[in-house]
Design a binder for this molecule. Structure first.
Ligand code: PGA
Length: 257
């Protein structure tokens, strides 16, 4: 596992975007696994800048998002469909037909989750998966206790997650209680994992995920099983880590070729 500690959010975002851009340039048909929440916004901003100023081309890129709330209309300002179009897709040349986001409004959610897994399979799986981490150690919406072998399915959000996400809604009551999320097992099949964390409220979860035992009580700790993981965080998120880490990747992406 490559653990990189940067000075601030801008540096995290630039490095993460650089790694994703490296994948897009090397593999123009790559499958990107994308995340929502406060953390990836800066990374998406940087990817948009690279598209505009450096001709970063997403025209053949395929995307799969991690999760979605159940029951929020797609055009609701807090739906993850809306988030992705507002923060990234509307500003780059991705083809709408290549975008996949779990459907939280499907008539049969179980079937929709199984279909999502099949579609992912048909595209050969995710090449690089961007991830955040919950303050409770969740990975996507795989809350503590989620099976480390789980697949895309319906989950109940914990009170902690609903509280954390209530900052995006007017009241806590408006935060949905259910979600659909890729499973930990689904995420672990990605070619590469890129986990970002920012701020002191992530310090405990990061320490548990990176240095703690692998346990379903901290679903993000499953990343320790993955052969190609990069975790990028700021000093506040790193404040409870005890081992020695670096401020740069071992190789910059281009160097690997
Ligand atoms: P955040 O959420 O980026 O909004 O902090 C991350 C997560 O819940 O996984």
């Amino acid at each position: 596992m490559e653990v990189i500690i940067k000075e601030d959010y801008e540096e995290i975002s630039r490095l993460a975007a650089g790694i994703i851009a490296g994948m897009v340039r090397r593999s123009p048909r790559a499958v990107l696994g994308l995340a929502t929440g406060g953390t990836p916004v800066g990374c998406y901003r940087e990817l948009v800048r690279m598209h505009r100023e450096e001709d970063l081309d997403f025209s053949q890129i395929v995307t799969f998002n991690l999760d979605e709330y159940v029951g929020l209309p797609e055009d609701h300002e807090q739906s993850y469909h809306r988030f992705m179009w507002d923060n990234l897709f509307s500003h780059i040349n991705v083809a709408a037909a290549n975008v996949h986001i779990p459907d939280g409004n499907a008539g049969d959610l179980h079937e929709a989750c199984n279909d999502y897994e099949m579609e992912l399979d048909e595209h050969g799986g995710v090449d690089i998966q961007l991830l955040g981490i919950g303050s409770n150690g969740h990975l996507a919406f795989n809350e503590p206790g989620s099976s480390l072998g789980s697949r895309t399915r319906i989950k109940t959000l914990t009170e902690r997650t609903r509280q954390d996400n209530s900052r995006f809604f007017s009241t806590l009551d408006e935060v949905p209680k259910y979600c659909v999320t890729m499973g930990v097992g689904t995420i672990m099949e990605s070619g590469k994992l890129l986990l970002l964390a920012n701020g002191g409220n992530k310090a405990e979860a990061i320490a548990a995920a990176v240095e703690g035992p692998i346990t379903a009580s901290v679903p993000a700790s499953a990343i320790q099983f993955h052969p190609d993981v990069t975790v990028i965080m700021d000093r506040a998120a790193a404040s409870k880590l005890t081992r020695e880490y670096h401020s740069q990747p071992h190789f910059l992406e281009g160097d690997k070729e």
